[in-house]
Design a protein around this ligand. Structure first.
Ligand code: MTE
Ligand code: MO
Length: 523
């Protein structure tokens, strides 16, 4: 009888502990993984935010008067108490039925998932941390319950020698529960400090007032945008700008800590701070960026107004030595690009950019500082989160992608694209307006021609030219054809009269080429 009640109390304690440890693992792991996703993908953050939004004003005032600026801490402690009570109950339930307890956890996860999705700026991908957390939490519960079960059976077993196998089973259980709690605390702590670094960058970005350019961009001429549904906007909004990089988690740089070092084969090494850039004579330039991985007809191209400091001026101050022919730019996360020195010192607008379309750079596009260089693919020029410029030689240094089978030079190839009609579009009989884009940064576009089926090449009308560094839109009014399948092909002529090549090339190693052909049907 005595043994029975002791065993009963120990059983309650053990299963309660198993519940708490599993919940800790769930939340800790989810908190850590949430660093890679939206802030509100952390279950505690999502639940806390909902709680804050739902708190009636009188309770909010009461909390603030009771806890002052610790009101958020008080909120988290209260949430902790609730989570503790719920998880003890689930642990005790697991003593009766592990399936039922697991079902409760899954049910709770679904509720938390709904809370996460209800936050602004979250998507289904932001359920990943919760999913991984729930999975590890369930495994922890299963594993701890098995050990708790075993040690309980052995207490009831009077033939077991005291202090031997029973003791060691229990010790294993306690060790497992303890390690789960410690692991969960470490995961949550690491997650929290990484999130803090991210929040500093985000807060600094939203507090930043961009300086006015000394040399603003010329106003866009009217007619750069062809008025046709399905055409891309002439200036790509930041949120729609293609993003290509190797960063698994976006670097979070506090601009106060940012520094750019200019060194290597130069007479004067120096470093530049973010403040130096804010105070410098800044320039604005519309420039179309393109990725070398863009296939013929692809979408890895975007046009923005960049605000920055001319890299040419930095290099003038550094004074490159004879023999240097390349600048290796390196990002905070270890990406690097090799840009010909000549391209950075001639009179094109290569910029150390801090602004994109009148906003500080978005974090994913290189906050606080990146490079943008007219006429070169991004992989050899557009280093985001740039922190280091080394003046060197192509013979001495090899950049990130060039060690992985891509070229070390990357001038953008003259390209054109059909945006309307889309591939396999069905158009109705009668007149069809077609449209698209063409680019040859630094040279400009002087003509675009299209060919319907295997007919003659026809001159398209061009939208206005904003600059040689930006793409140019085109359109063609086709009087229509017979119903059935048709194709339209496109090719461009650059500002120097060169015709786009029909030679087909894959993106690797230095950019795709060939004429795009789109199939569509008239019905
Ligand atoms: N730090 C860093 N910068 C980078 C890259 C990268 O992987 N890491 N990718 C480059 C490539 S391949 C391209 S095409 C452009 C894309 O810039 P975007 O993401 O702002 O469009 O960034 C360049 N800068
Ligand atoms: Mo790229």
């Amino acid at each position: 009888m005595k043994i029975k009640s002791f065993s009963r109390r120990q059983g309650l304690f053990d299963f309660g502990l198993a519940g708490v440890s599993s919940a800790a693992v769930l939340f800790g792991v989810a908190h850590l993984v949430s660093v890679f996703f939206a802030t509100a993908s952390a279950p505690l953050v999502a639940m806390g935010s909902i709680f804050i939004d739902m708190t009636p004003p009188w309770l909010k005032d009461l909390a603030i008067s009771l806890f002052g600026t610790n009101d958020k801490l008080a909120l988290f402690i209260s949430m902790g108490i609730v989570v503790f009570l719920v998880s003890v109950s689930i642990g005790l339930l697991a003593k009766k039925s592990r399936v039922l307890a697991s079902g409760c956890i899954i049910l709770l996860a679904i509720v938390i998932g709904a809370a996460i999705l209800s936050r602004p700026a979250t998507s289904f991908a932001d359920l990943t941390p919760l999913t991984i957390g729930t999975f590890t939490g369930l495994l922890t519960l299963r594993w701890l319950c098995t050990w708790a079960e075993k040690s309980r059976e052995q207490i009831g077993d009077s033939t077991a020698k005291p202090g031997t196998s029973q003791g060691s089973t229990r010790r294993k259980f306690l060790l497992g529960a303890g390690l789960s709690l410690i692991g969960a605390a470490i995961a949550a702590g690491v997650g929290q400090s990484l999130a803090a670094a991210r929040n500093i960058a985000e807060a600094a970005r939203s507090a930043l007032g961009l300086p006015i350019a000394k040399t603003p961009a010329a106003a866009l001429p009217s007619g750069v945008q062809i008025d046709l549904s399905g055409m891309p906007p002439f200036v790509t909004p930041n949120k729609d700008f293609y993003r290509i990089d190797t960063a698994l988690s976006v670097p979070r740089i506090n601009p106060d800590d940012w520094e750019l070092r200019i060194h290597g084969m130069v007479e004067n090494e120096f470093t530049v701070s973010f403040n130096d850039l804010l105070e410098a004579e800044l320039v604005e330039n519309y420039l179309t960026l393109t990725c070398v991985s863009n296939p013929v007809g692809g979408q890895l191209v975007g046009n923005a107004k960049w605000l920055g400091y001319p890299i040419r001026k930095l290099l003038e101050r550094a004074v490159p030595q004879a023999g240097a022919d390349m600048v290796l730019s390196t990002s905070q996360d270890g990406f690097s690009a090799s840009t010909p020195l000549e391209v950075l010192t001639d009179d094109r607008m290569s910029l150390l950019a801090i602004g994109m379309n009148d906003e500080p750079l978005p974090l994913e596009h290189g906050f606080p500082v990146r490079m943008v260089v007219p006429g070169l693919y991004g992989f050899v020029s557009a280093t985001k989160w740039v922190v280091d410029l080394e003046v060197t030689r192509f013979a001495d240094k090899v950049a990130y992608w060039s060690t992985r089978g891509w070229s070390d030079h990357g001038p953008i190839k003259l390209s054109s694209r059909v945006d309307v009609p889309r591939s396999f579009a069905k158009v109705s009989e009668g007149q069809v307006v077609m449209g698209g884009t063409a680019w040859a940064q630094t040279k400009g576009i002087s003509g675009v021609q299209i060919q319907i089926d295997d007919g003659e090449w026809l001159d398209a009308e061009l939208g206005s030219e904003a600059s040689l560094d930006t793409w140019r839109q085109w359109r063609y009014v086709w009087e229509g054809g017979t119903s059935g399948n048709h194709t339209v092909s496109v090719r461009a002529i650059d500002g120097q009269g060169k015709l786009q090549t029909s030679d087909k090339a894959e993106p690797a190693p230095n950019g795709a080429s060939g004429w795009q052909r789109v199939q569509f049907s008239v019905e």
